[in-house]
Design a protein around this ligand. Structure first.
Ligand SMILES: N[C@@H](CCC(=O)N[C@@H](CS)C(=O)NCC(=O)O)C(=O)O
Length: 215
Protein backbone atom coordinates (compact mmCIF):
# COMPACT_ATOMS: atom_id res chain seq x y z
CA UNK A 1 0.00 0.00 0.00
CA UNK A 2 1.61 3.28 -1.05
CA UNK A 3 -1.05 5.85 -0.10
CA UNK A 4 0.06 8.73 2.05
CA UNK A 5 -0.99 8.57 5.68
CA UNK A 6 -3.59 10.99 6.98
CA UNK A 7 -3.92 11.43 10.73
CA UNK A 8 -7.12 12.94 12.09
CA UNK A 9 -6.56 14.52 15.49
CA UNK A 10 -8.32 16.69 18.05
CA UNK A 11 -6.99 19.94 19.51
CA UNK A 12 -3.28 19.41 20.01
CA UNK A 13 -3.40 21.33 23.30
CA UNK A 14 -6.00 19.07 24.89
CA UNK A 15 -6.22 15.74 23.06
CA UNK A 16 -3.83 13.38 24.77
CA UNK A 17 -4.72 10.35 22.64
CA UNK A 18 -4.12 12.39 19.50
CA UNK A 19 -0.76 13.47 20.89
CA UNK A 20 0.38 9.86 21.31
CA UNK A 21 -0.32 9.03 17.67
CA UNK A 22 0.99 12.38 16.39
CA UNK A 23 4.25 12.04 18.30
CA UNK A 24 4.76 8.49 17.00
CA UNK A 25 4.13 9.53 13.39
CA UNK A 26 6.67 12.35 13.77
CA UNK A 27 9.19 10.12 15.51
CA UNK A 28 8.84 7.42 12.85
CA UNK A 29 9.69 10.04 10.24
CA UNK A 30 6.87 9.05 7.89
CA UNK A 31 5.21 11.44 5.45
CA UNK A 32 1.70 12.27 6.54
CA UNK A 33 -1.00 14.90 6.52
CA UNK A 34 -2.56 15.98 9.79
CA UNK A 35 -6.13 17.22 10.02
CA UNK A 36 -7.43 18.84 13.21
CA UNK A 37 -11.09 18.38 14.12
CA UNK A 38 -11.75 20.71 17.08
CA UNK A 39 -13.30 18.75 19.96
CA UNK A 40 -16.16 19.50 22.34
CA UNK A 41 -18.21 21.50 19.83
CA UNK A 42 -21.68 20.94 18.50
CA UNK A 43 -20.28 19.95 15.10
CA UNK A 44 -17.49 17.63 16.36
CA UNK A 45 -19.34 14.32 15.95
CA UNK A 46 -20.55 15.23 12.46
CA UNK A 47 -17.06 16.36 11.43
CA UNK A 48 -15.52 13.11 12.69
CA UNK A 49 -18.22 10.98 11.06
CA UNK A 50 -16.78 12.01 7.68
CA UNK A 51 -13.67 9.96 8.50
CA UNK A 52 -14.90 7.02 10.59
CA UNK A 53 -18.42 5.68 11.05
CA UNK A 54 -18.06 5.34 14.85
CA UNK A 55 -17.12 6.10 17.55
CA UNK A 56 -16.66 9.90 17.26
CA UNK A 57 -13.17 9.89 18.76
CA UNK A 58 -9.66 10.85 17.76
CA UNK A 59 -7.06 9.87 16.71
CA UNK A 60 -8.01 8.20 13.43
CA UNK A 61 -5.36 7.05 10.96
CA UNK A 62 -6.40 6.79 7.32
CA UNK A 63 -4.21 4.79 4.98
CA UNK A 64 -5.67 4.02 1.57
CA UNK A 65 -9.08 2.55 2.33
CA UNK A 66 -8.00 1.44 5.81
CA UNK A 67 -9.44 3.28 8.82
CA UNK A 68 -7.74 2.76 12.23
CA UNK A 69 -9.60 4.47 15.06
CA UNK A 70 -7.61 3.82 18.21
CA UNK A 71 -4.22 5.05 19.39
CA UNK A 72 -2.92 1.61 20.40
CA UNK A 73 -3.95 0.09 17.08
CA UNK A 74 -2.34 3.02 15.24
CA UNK A 75 0.90 2.54 17.16
CA UNK A 76 0.95 -1.19 16.38
CA UNK A 77 0.22 -0.57 12.70
CA UNK A 78 3.05 1.95 12.46
CA UNK A 79 5.40 -0.49 14.17
CA UNK A 80 4.46 -3.26 11.74
CA UNK A 81 4.93 -1.06 8.70
CA UNK A 82 8.07 0.72 9.91
CA UNK A 83 10.00 -1.76 12.06
CA UNK A 84 13.20 0.22 11.54
CA UNK A 85 11.69 3.19 13.44
CA UNK A 86 12.15 1.36 16.76
CA UNK A 87 8.65 2.06 18.03
CA UNK A 88 8.98 -1.05 20.18
CA UNK A 89 12.17 -2.45 21.73
CA UNK A 90 14.00 -5.23 19.81
CA UNK A 91 14.34 -7.52 22.79
CA UNK A 92 11.31 -9.77 23.41
CA UNK A 93 11.01 -9.21 27.17
CA UNK A 94 11.47 -5.44 26.89
CA UNK A 95 8.89 -5.41 24.08
CA UNK A 96 6.37 -7.26 26.26
CA UNK A 97 7.00 -4.77 29.09
CA UNK A 98 6.63 -1.79 26.75
CA UNK A 99 3.34 -3.19 25.44
CA UNK A 100 2.15 -3.78 29.01
CA UNK A 101 2.78 -0.25 30.15
CA UNK A 102 1.16 1.20 27.03
CA UNK A 103 -1.89 -0.99 27.68
CA UNK A 104 -1.92 0.10 31.33
CA UNK A 105 -1.90 3.74 30.24
CA UNK A 106 -4.73 3.01 27.84
CA UNK A 107 -6.93 1.40 30.47
CA UNK A 108 -6.00 3.09 33.75
CA UNK A 109 -5.24 6.25 35.73
CA UNK A 110 -8.81 7.53 35.51
CA UNK A 111 -8.45 9.68 38.64
CA UNK A 112 -5.44 11.54 37.24
CA UNK A 113 -7.02 11.85 33.80
CA UNK A 114 -10.19 13.31 35.26
CA UNK A 115 -8.56 15.66 37.77
CA UNK A 116 -5.82 16.91 35.47
CA UNK A 117 -6.89 17.04 31.83
CA UNK A 118 -4.06 17.57 29.38
CA UNK A 119 -3.56 21.28 28.77
CA UNK A 120 -0.13 21.83 27.25
CA UNK A 121 -0.34 25.61 27.51
CA UNK A 122 -1.82 25.71 31.00
CA UNK A 123 -0.10 25.94 34.39
CA UNK A 124 -2.68 25.11 37.07
CA UNK A 125 -1.36 23.77 40.38
CA UNK A 126 -4.14 22.04 42.33
CA UNK A 127 -4.83 19.93 45.40
CA UNK A 128 -4.67 16.24 44.60
CA UNK A 129 -7.02 13.60 45.99
CA UNK A 130 -5.79 10.29 47.40
CA UNK A 131 -6.86 8.54 44.20
CA UNK A 132 -4.87 10.95 42.05
CA UNK A 133 -1.83 10.55 44.29
CA UNK A 134 -2.13 6.77 43.96
CA UNK A 135 -2.19 7.03 40.15
CA UNK A 136 0.86 9.28 40.23
CA UNK A 137 2.72 6.90 42.55
CA UNK A 138 2.00 3.99 40.22
CA UNK A 139 3.23 5.92 37.17
CA UNK A 140 6.39 7.03 38.98
CA UNK A 141 7.11 3.48 40.04
CA UNK A 142 6.64 2.20 36.46
CA UNK A 143 8.99 4.87 35.13
CA UNK A 144 11.57 4.20 37.85
CA UNK A 145 11.60 0.43 37.18
CA UNK A 146 11.88 0.88 33.41
CA UNK A 147 14.65 3.49 33.66
CA UNK A 148 16.59 1.36 36.17
CA UNK A 149 16.38 -1.68 33.88
CA UNK A 150 17.24 0.17 30.67
CA UNK A 151 19.68 2.77 31.99
CA UNK A 152 17.63 5.49 30.23
CA UNK A 153 17.49 8.12 28.97
CA UNK A 154 14.04 6.88 27.84
CA UNK A 155 11.96 4.12 29.41
CA UNK A 156 13.48 1.37 27.25
CA UNK A 157 16.71 3.15 26.33
CA UNK A 158 15.85 4.75 23.00
CA UNK A 159 12.58 6.66 22.59
CA UNK A 160 9.75 4.22 21.80
CA UNK A 161 5.99 3.75 21.93
CA UNK A 162 6.00 3.65 25.74
CA UNK A 163 7.51 7.14 25.93
CA UNK A 164 4.95 8.48 23.46
CA UNK A 165 2.15 6.96 25.56
CA UNK A 166 3.41 8.67 28.72
CA UNK A 167 4.34 12.00 27.07
CA UNK A 168 0.85 13.43 27.79
CA UNK A 169 1.35 12.43 31.45
CA UNK A 170 4.54 14.50 31.49
CA UNK A 171 2.42 17.38 30.13
CA UNK A 172 -0.19 16.86 32.86
CA UNK A 173 2.50 16.84 35.56
CA UNK A 174 3.89 20.09 34.16
CA UNK A 175 0.45 21.68 34.11
CA UNK A 176 -0.32 20.81 37.73
CA UNK A 177 3.29 21.59 38.70
CA UNK A 178 3.82 18.15 40.18
CA UNK A 179 7.45 17.87 41.33
CA UNK A 180 9.17 14.68 40.23
CA UNK A 181 12.03 13.29 42.25
CA UNK A 182 14.77 10.69 42.06
CA UNK A 183 15.88 11.39 38.51
CA UNK A 184 12.36 11.28 37.08
CA UNK A 185 12.58 15.02 36.46
CA UNK A 186 15.47 14.23 34.05
CA UNK A 187 13.22 11.77 32.25
CA UNK A 188 10.43 14.36 32.00
CA UNK A 189 12.91 16.86 30.56
CA UNK A 190 14.07 14.32 27.96
CA UNK A 191 10.44 13.90 26.90
CA UNK A 192 9.77 17.65 26.72
CA UNK A 193 12.95 18.18 24.68
CA UNK A 194 12.34 15.29 22.28
CA UNK A 195 11.95 16.63 18.73
CA UNK A 196 8.59 14.98 18.05
CA UNK A 197 7.14 16.13 21.38
CA UNK A 198 8.39 19.69 21.10
CA UNK A 199 7.10 19.93 17.54
CA UNK A 200 3.65 18.85 18.76
CA UNK A 201 3.77 21.29 21.69
CA UNK A 202 4.75 24.25 19.52
CA UNK A 203 1.70 23.66 17.35
CA UNK A 204 -0.49 23.22 20.44
CA UNK A 205 0.51 26.59 21.84
CA UNK A 206 -0.47 28.29 18.57
CA UNK A 207 -3.99 26.83 18.46
CA UNK A 208 -6.87 29.30 18.77
CA UNK A 209 -9.41 27.11 20.61
CA UNK A 210 -10.05 27.27 24.36
CA UNK A 211 -11.99 24.43 26.02
CA UNK A 212 -13.12 25.85 29.34
CA UNK A 213 -13.77 22.42 30.89
CA UNK A 214 -10.09 21.52 30.47
CA UNK A 215 -8.71 24.86 31.69
N1 LIG B 1 -9.43 4.66 22.97
C1 LIG B 1 -9.28 5.79 22.23
C2 LIG B 1 -9.65 6.99 23.06
C3 LIG B 1 -9.80 8.17 22.21
C4 LIG B 1 -10.43 9.35 22.93
O1 LIG B 1 -11.10 9.20 23.96
N2 LIG B 1 -10.21 10.54 22.36
C5 LIG B 1 -10.79 11.75 22.88
C6 LIG B 1 -9.82 12.92 22.74
S1 LIG B 1 -8.33 12.70 23.64
C7 LIG B 1 -11.98 12.13 22.03
O2 LIG B 1 -12.00 11.87 20.85
N3 LIG B 1 -12.97 12.79 22.62
C8 LIG B 1 -14.06 13.31 21.88
C9 LIG B 1 -15.36 13.04 22.53
O3 LIG B 1 -15.38 12.28 23.51
O4 LIG B 1 -16.35 13.57 22.03
C10 LIG B 1 -7.84 5.85 21.71
O5 LIG B 1 -6.94 5.47 22.43
O6 LIG B 1 -7.63 6.28 20.57
Amino acid sequence: MTDRYRLIIGNRNYSSWSMRAGVLMRHAGVDFDETVVPLFRDDTAANLAVFAPAPPRVPILLHGDLVIWDSLAIADYLHERHPQAGLLPDETRARAMARSICAEMHSSFMALREAAPMNIRGRRPRDLSEAVRADIARIESLWRDCLAASGGPFLFGAFCMADAFYAPVVMRFRTIEHRLSGGLDDYAKQIIDHAAVSDWCRAAVDEPWVVEASE
